[in-house]
Design a protein around this ligand. Structure first.
Ligand code: SME
Length: 165
């Protein structure tokens, strides 16, 4: 990972380690991602409730997609496949559910506990192909740090929460 990503991961690890409250750990995570990585124009967390992904804390413009069924959109695809999805050009991906017309690329990283999807990190960028191997490595590490914090169902009740970075 490049230094910027390493520093971001260190800051998020410190924030998550020192935050006993799961909701605040998620809030700090999306804020630190937005603050450290300027290409990340929308950073949010969706939490799986039944068969729907429900928007939790986010930094960026309000999204019309506060509830996404499994299998719909890039978000629903990543949760159904239990794998990270990177889309270099959202306008050429038929799965894409638009949040903002400025968005050009997207990465979605599932937050897993064993084989169970708890939720996911969803990041949009206004740049084409903004997300590479460093972003995948960083965000998969962040997802692994968050997973134990939100392992209990009562710790991941989603309420769409807009935040300042
Ligand atoms: N683009 C996502 C929907 C969520 S918004 O980007 C915040 C998707 O295609 O699933």
């Amino acid at each position: 990972m490049h230094d910027r990503h390493k520093l971001t991961l260190d800051a998020i690890r410190a924030a998550i380690d020192s935050e006993p409250n799961p909701q605040r750990a998620m809030e700090s995570t999306v804020q630190l991602l937005a603050r450290h990585l300027t290409d990340y124009t929308w950073t949010g967390i969706y939490l799986l409730e039944g068969n729907e992904l429900c928007l939790g804390p986010f930094v960026g413009k309000p999204s019309p997609h506060t509830r996404i069924p499994l299998g719909r959109g890039i978000c629903g695809a990543a949760a159904a496949e239990k794998a990270t999805i990177i889309v270099d050009d959202v306008n050429s991906d038929p799965r894409y559910l638009a949040c903002s017309i400025e968005t050009r690329s997207e990465i979605v990283v599932p937050i897993m506990a064993g084989n169970e999807v708890l939720g996911e990190l969803d990041i949009d960028s206004d740049k084409v192909a903004a997300f590479g191997p460093d972003d995948r490595e960083l965000l998969e590490a962040v997802a692994a740090l968050l997973a134990p914090k939100i392992a209990k169902p009562e710790d991941r009740r989603a309420a769409a929460l807009p935040l300042e970075s």
